[in-house]
Design a protein. Structure first.
Length: 367
């Protein structure tokens, strides 16, 4: 998957922008609030109709305007398409694909995007919700019914939680049966995808000689373990936890409690590894996501990296850049102006272009 052109109108601090990005790496530098993250965010919004920073969509509209518009031309091995996202203040969003009204599901499938925000927390230190979202992204791009299935599960979970508060055991039994039926399908999908993801992750760690130069041997043996969200059978778990669930008014086991952990023989990565090592391993999981996606679709998603340089030293950064060069991913990376010398000073030269964002305007930077 490659983006050929991006057009923005009144999106956050960007009044108007037309941008033809590099097919490989695109380094967007700028001062704080210059608009560099907004450019990355616009790509994500055009795909998913939401921000990777969990910002209300009305707040993405330039304060002096009443509406915003994003246009992305993208292509893969089989098609060339134009996705348009439009949003007015206090109105519903509109998604068009090739001038036809479309759904968010369709735009997500057409423009697959992975967003990493290292300036916040990495996948090992975030809450389990972030790791479930990672799994769900992968399943969504493999199982076409998963989007609706997940929505159905969430509605069922809400309904079961409501009847738990009534303490009506007949209704609880009814909703527990519906809950269990959907939960087993979700677990099956997630576990299948997780096995592909973990295999790809282990393959990256064990077969890349560059990683061996920056990671200790025990870290190179990192493996991920999937936790389905309950012990034994789900039916038995729901029975055992029923009194507690009624008391608290909430379902304490199920797919909404699923998680995965990365660990070595010595313990969990979140406890053992330095921040810089965690960033590298998080990036390796992202490459594994991309590889698993490629197996299914024969092309790769677009990668957005906000604040790559947060918590990573130059040696590890050089390996990450080399892996990006070899990945064939189209990638958009943001960084403060002050860190541009860290990129240009690396022995490994990035395959891509440099741009500077200043007061919402983008200019190519000849470094």
């Amino acid at each position: 998957m490659h983006i050929g052109q991006i057009g923005l109108l009144s999106f956050r601090s960007i009044k108007i922008l037309n941008f033809e990005p590099n097919a490989n790496l695109n380094f967007i530098t700028g001062a704080n609030n210059a608009g560099k993250t907004s450019l990355l965010e616009s790509i994500y919004v055009c795909s998913c109709s939401k921000s990777f920073k969990n910002i209300d969509l009305d707040n993405l509209i330039d304060y002096s305007s009443q509406s915003s518009k994003i246009s992305v031309k993208c292509s893969n091995n089989t098609s060339n398409d134009v996705i348009i996202y439009e949003k007015s203040l206090k109105s519903t969003k509109k998604v068009l694909i090739n001038e036809k009204k479309s759904s968010i599901k369709e735009s997500m499938l057409l423009l697959p995007v992975i967003a990493l925000n290292f300036g916040n927390q990495n996948i090992f230190t975030q809450k389990s919700e972030a790791r479930r979202a990672l799994l769900d992204w992968g399943v969504f791009h493999v199982k076409q019914d998963y989007h609706n299935l997940l929505k159905q599960f969430n509605k069922t979970l809400i309904s079961r939680n409501k009847v738990l508060k009534t303490k009506d055991r007949d209704q609880i039994s009814l909703w527990s049966e519906k809950f269990t039926e959907i939960a087993h399908i979700i677990h099956s999908y997630r576990q299948s995808y997780f096995e592909q993801l973990n295999d790809a992750f282990v393959n990256i760690l064990t077969n890349n000689t560059d990683l061996a130069t920056i990671l200790y041997n025990d870290i190179l043996k990192t493996k991920m373990t999937y936790k389905k969200g309950w012990d034994g059978s789900l039916e038995d778990s729901l029975t055992r936890s029923l009194s507690k669930d009624i008391a608290c008014g909430y379902t304490s086991c199920g797919p909404h409690r699923a998680d995965f952990v990365a660990s070595t023989d010595k313990g969990n990565i979140s406890d053992l590894a330095s921040m810089s090592t965690q960033v590298v391993l998080n990036f390796c999981i992202t490459l594994a996501q991309s590889d698993a996606f490629h197996v299914k679709h024969n092309h790769k998603p677009v990668l957005l990296i906000d604040d790559l340089f947060f918590g990573i030293d130059d040696k590890n950064l050089g390996v990450v850049i080399k892996l990006l060069n070899e990945s064939e991913l189209q990638c958009f990376l943001s960084a403060p102006d002050s860190l541009i010398n860290r990129i240009t000073g690396l022995k490994i030269k990035p395959k891509g272009s440099y741009y500077q964002m200043k007061n919402g305007e983008l200019m190519e930077n000849k470094v």
